[in-house]
Design a protein around this ligand. Structure first.
Ligand SMILES: [Zn+2]
Length: 299
């Protein structure tokens, strides 16, 4: 079992004590597609999966979900969050055993989710769940200092509900001069680059586990495609995700890293529980474009 670089008390202390005043942005990988973000003291959490619900659900089936990495943090103990996201309904992105304890630990917690999934999520989470803040592709919502834009995802197809709303999303989150892109689970599709290029993306969180139909699950970008998407949207950095959680659906980072090097795409491979701090920002001579100073890899 892979042991997170920081976990439990150590991770919580790092989240609570990290600098909140300089305007730097801090991100921690919590495994699978889960990324914890802190900016100026405000906490956001992308797509957390912090339980063993899938391992139990699929025990004894032909698709056992054997965990590869220990849980980074107990969701009952992770407080100080304002907003959590769910990109789609799959349990590794919408887990009651994660979201209910998180809500208890951070009263008033808001869940940003696709409008198309509100009824499903209400049934899964029940009355003790977080307050819903629904969004569709092409629209945005604001929670605290975070503006959260819905981006179309294809997992594996672009699916719509009966009202034409997209069922799988990615999110671009802006705060201050930062823009983060969390793609959710997606393959490359026709409008993806165009939708995301509206922003100068500082960090893109992209899956690398690939699309392998023989596994019987919806697929994702592979390592090469994640590097190429980072390049196509001019992301300052790409951080790979959606691997090392379940033995039946994982990947190594070699193809992603080699592709990034070949394409000259800056990237960081984080260990579970590791923090990356980016900032401060400087304005370029163009005035309207912003770039990051060399990202400082702490921890
Ligand atoms: Zn997933």
């Amino acid at each position: 079992m892979i042991v997170p670089l920081q976990k439990d008390d150590e991770l919580i202390a790092d989240f609570n004590e990290v600098d909140s005043v300089t305007g730097a942005i801090h991100v921690w990988w919590l495994g699978q597609s889960g990324f914890l973000v802190k900016w100026r003291g405000h906490g956001l959490l992308f797509d957390p999966y912090l339980s063993d619900s899938l391992t139990r659900k699929y025990e004894g089936t032909d698709r056992p979900h054997v965990r590869m990495t220990e849980r980074a943090v107990d969701p009952h103990r992770l407080s100080g969050l304002e907003v959590v996201t769910s990109s789609h309904n799959h349990t590794d992105h919408l887990d009651a055993e994660t979201l209910l304890p998180l809500t208890a630990a951070s009263p008033g917690l808001k869940l940003v989710l696709p409008e198309a999934n509100v009824d499903f999520a209400r049934r899964r989470l029940g009355p003790a769940g977080p307050e819903f803040v629904p969004v569709d592709a092409g629209n945005f919502v604001e929670v605290g200092p975070f503006t959260i834009h819905g981006i179309t995802a294809a997992h594996n197809e672009i699916e719509y509900d009966e009202q034409g709303r997209v069922r799988h999303l990615g999110y671009v989150v802006t705060c201050g001069k930062f823009a983060l892109y969390h793609s959710g689970d997606t393959l490359w599709h026709d409008s993806l680059v165009k939708e995301v290029r509206r922003w100068k993306i500082n960090i893109a969180f992209l899956p690398i586990n690939g699309n392998k139909p023989e596994r019987g699950v919806a697929g994702n970008l592979n390592g090469f495609q994640a590097a190429a998407l980072g390049k196509a949207i001019s992301a300052s950095f790409v951080i790979p995700c959606h691997y090392h959680m379940f033995e039946f659906n994982t990947e190594e980072t070699d193809e992603f890293v080699e592709s990034c090097e070949r394409l000259d795409q800056p990237h960081r491979v984080l260990e579970c529980g590791q923090r990356l701090t980016m900032g401060p920002l400087v304005q370029t001579s163009a005035g309207d474009a912003w770039r990051s100073e060399p990202a400082e890899d702490e921890i």
